[in-house]
Design a protein around this ligand. Structure first.
Ligand code: GLY
Ligand code: MN
Length: 460
């Protein structure tokens, strides 16, 4: 945990922003996997961690804005709990670490909320994503569990996003620790990939490194020779000659800050000429995006710069034709790059995605509905303190090629005869994590090989 002052300051900012009412923030519970006591790995809610710091199940944070009082509610361990799981400090003792003196039991929380509801006080809460917490809102406030998010407080969402979007120096140290572990995961994969090894071998190795560094994965590992499937979580294939392995994997550190990187690794140690050509286009888009990072520029414009770089590169290789600016404006490049250039990263790998991309990445402005750009998670003007990923890619998705070809879509921009030859090519992506600084941007963590030469050298 950070020092208590960090959490006190963050909660004070919430109180200043909201001015009145109550902020109710449940943490997460253990989540059963196949029976109650056999649980998934416990992960605390990230906003709860940010404002209350405590990394245990069964807690709820409450801020009484009108009376400037912060609470932690939860039940202390029973002797049965201690027999099976060992002892822990009391909730009162643990809450002091978050700068909180006021604690109570779960039934005292129920009483508190009953009174608050009966006296008509405004109760602010964030959108929820776990069914168990939705049921709590039914019990506390009589909201249908399916409708909880309709009553989430936009004022609270905006206040939380404004704080969490700007990473402080002490947070950057944590993020950089997670990114450095992430780099080690990718280096290990680069060194072990070879014909005969399975995707599962790679996934197991990167997971081992995350756990050995006192953390966990920040999201399910993508380790696939089918890199064209953007979120491919299957690890069933064996790597073979001529394949490329796309690894998109990240660690979260002890304090739950995330790293998120992607690399594309030739299984044969050397890329083929075809692979080199496409890889170079991705890398050019990557570097163009990185060089454009600075405060004041809209991330959407950097995304479009990457799209145009990809479209120009694909035109030079004979996959595209016509006016590149027009092709990108109409969305023809999305044949190859049907997703976004990057996203915010922090306590969540897609930071605060549960609070709404429109608030986190679009400053409340609407998103495009056009195929491709509709998947861009971040578009707003960049500010110092933002931490984001840069992850352009080029993907040959057989079903998309067939669909658009049948529909005769973008015939003026796409060369389907050439595309047909690449239907089984796969996909390429590189991804790094950047901090926006006062006058530009800084790569977070140790550099990971990403040029063709550096990746091949790592494979020796
Ligand atoms: N690393 C997975 C993603 O960014 O979607
Ligand atoms: Mn990412």
């Amino acid at each position: 945990m950070f020092k208590p002052e960090t959490y006190i300051k963050r909660r004070k900012q919430l109180k200043n922003d909201l001015k009145s009412g109550i902020i109710l923030m449940p943490g997460n519970e253990e989540s059963p996997m196949n029976y109650a006591d056999n649980t998934y790995h416990f992960r605390q809610d990230s906003s709860f961690l940010y404002f209350f710091g405590l990394d245990h199940p069964g807690l709820t944070g409450l801020i009484d804005v009108d009376n400037d009082t912060d609470y932690i509610f939860g039940n202390d361990l029973t002797i049965d709990d201690i027999v099976w799981m060992g002892t822990k400090p009391s909730i009162k003792e643990r809450s002091l670490a978050a700068g909180i003196n006021n604690t109570g039991t779960i039934s005292q929380l129920d009483e508190f909320l009953k009174k608050a509801k009966n006296s008509g006080r405004k109760i602010h809460f964030l959108p929820q994503y776990r069914a168990l917490n939705n049921i709590k809102f039914f019990n506390w406030l009589n909201i249908n569990p399916n409708d909880v998010n309709k009553f989430a407080s936009v004022e609270l969402i905006k206040s939380v996003v404004n704080q969490r979007n700007i990473k402080t120096d002490e947070e950057i140290i944590q993020i950089e620790e997670a990114v450095n572990t992430t780099v080690d995961m990718h280096l290990a994969a680069m060194r072990m990939a070879r014909p005969g090894i399975s995707e599962a071998d790679i996934a197991a190795t990167v997971h081992q490194i995350a756990i050995a560094n006192a953390g966990e994965l920040s999201f399910p590992t993508i380790a696939s020779i089918h890199g064209e499937t953007l979120h491919n979580h299957s690890h069933k294939n064996i790597l073979k000659k001529g394949d490329m392995l796309l690894l998109d994997a990240g660690a979260e550190n002890r304090m739950h800050y995330a790293g998120d990187m992607s690399s594309t690794i030739p299984v044969d140690k050397k890329f083929t000429n075809r692979q080199k050509e496409i890889y170079s286009v991705t890398l050019n888009a990557h570097m163009a995006a990185v060089n454009a990072l600075k405060p004041g520029i809209k991330f959407k414009d950097i995304h479009l710069l990457a799209c145009k770089t990809i479209a120009q590169g694909m035109k030079d290789l004979g996959f595209m034709k016509g006016d590149i600016n027009e092709a990108v404006a109409q969305g023809a490049h999305a044949m190859f790059f049907p997703c976004g250039l990057g996203h915010m990263m922090g306590l969540d790998v897609h930071d605060m995605e549960n609070l709404g991309e429109v608030y986190v990445g679009y400053d409340g402005k609407p998103k495009s509905t056009q195929f491709g750009i509709k998947s861009l998670r971040l578009a707003r003007e960049l500010e110092p303190g933002f931490v984001l990923t840069i992850e352009p890619g080029i993907y040959f998705i057989p079903e998309l090629i067939d669909k658009w070809r049948t529909e005769k879509k973008f015939m003026e921009f796409l060369n389907y005869d050439k595309l047909k030859e690449y239907k089984n090519f796969g996909g390429i992506r590189n991804e790094e994590d950047y901090l926006i600084t006062k006058d530009g941007a800084r790569l977070l963590g140790k550099p990971l090989p990403k040029t063709i030469e550096d990746v091949e050298n790592e494979r020796k």
